[in-house]
Design a protein around this ligand. Structure first.
Ligand code: CA
Length: 241
């Protein structure tokens, strides 16, 4: 598995490259955002992105990467500011890790993100929760969700989602109208051992609402979790669709 590491600090990049190598990863290391964006031409399987880069803001690198690619992105950041992380996740990063962290922890994150984001994996085949046997796309009002191709269309128009956003939408769509608790969602869409702040979930819900063009698609059951319903349709009609 090939990783692109975008990190200007060699004191971090050196040990990281060596450590990841011991776990069998091939690491391409670049020191600037511009080189990182150029480096995606080599089709990395995953990008490790430092937010504090000399030439560009890492968040801009994230935005640019995501504009052209669905490659999984893990932000690595020394910034303590949670707002940066939330923005990064909204821009399409799949996860983040705050410095300092150990190689083992990073490897666990890489594996978790990779399990979630692709059918073509370098790791042992993931045991995905069985999606409903759906030969065709699921229809929910104007929303068309195709689990086989992982495509989402809204009134016939493609809605580009990050892998994690798709997984979240697909999970909520399995049982429209039903409230899924935050913990259920984190355990299923993220990882049973997810230990980060669940602000990540809020960021992804916000991104989905924005991309679906109407916040009413995902309603908040305050203090409990979230449910998916097609705006204008009640839950029953949605479930029957
Ligand atoms: Ca840096």
């Amino acid at each position: 598995m090939r990783l692109l590491l975008i990190e200007d600090d060699d004191r971090i990049a050196g040990p990281l490259t060596e450590g990841l190598g011991r776990y069998g990863f091939t690491v391409d290391h670049v020191r600037t955002g511009a080189a990182g964006l150029a480096g995606t031409g080599h089709s990395p399987d995953l990008v490790l992105l430092d937010l504090g880069l000399p030439d560009m803001d890492g968040l801009d690198v994230c935005r640019n990467l995501r504009a052209g690619s669905a490659v999984p992105i893990i932000m690595i950041t020394a910034r303590g500011d949670e707002a940066d992380r939330i923005v990064g996740l909204e821009l399409g990063a799949d996860d983040y890790l705050a410095k300092p962290f150990g190689v083992r922890e990073l490897v666990a994150r890489i594996r978790a993100v990779t399990r979630r984001t692709s059918g073509a994996l370098s790791f042992p085949a993931p045991v995905r929760r069985a999606a409903p046997e759906a030969p065709g796309p699921q229809l929910l009002g104007p929303l068309e969700l195709n689990r086989r191709t992982r495509q989402v269309r809204l009134s016939g128009t493609d809605v580009p989602l990050t892998p994690r956003e798709f997984d979240l939408l697909a999970y909520l769509a399995e049982d429209p109208g039903t409230v899924h608790s935050r913990q259920q969602i984190m355990d299923t869409v993220w990882d049973p051992h997810f230990f980060g702040p669940t602000k990540t979930l809020d960021a992804h819900v916000a991104a989905l609402r924005r991309k679906l063009g109407d916040p009413a698609w995902i309603t908040t059951a305050r203090g409990v979790g979230f449910r998916l319903t097609a705006p204008g349709l009640d839950a029953e009609a949605g479930a029957a669709g």
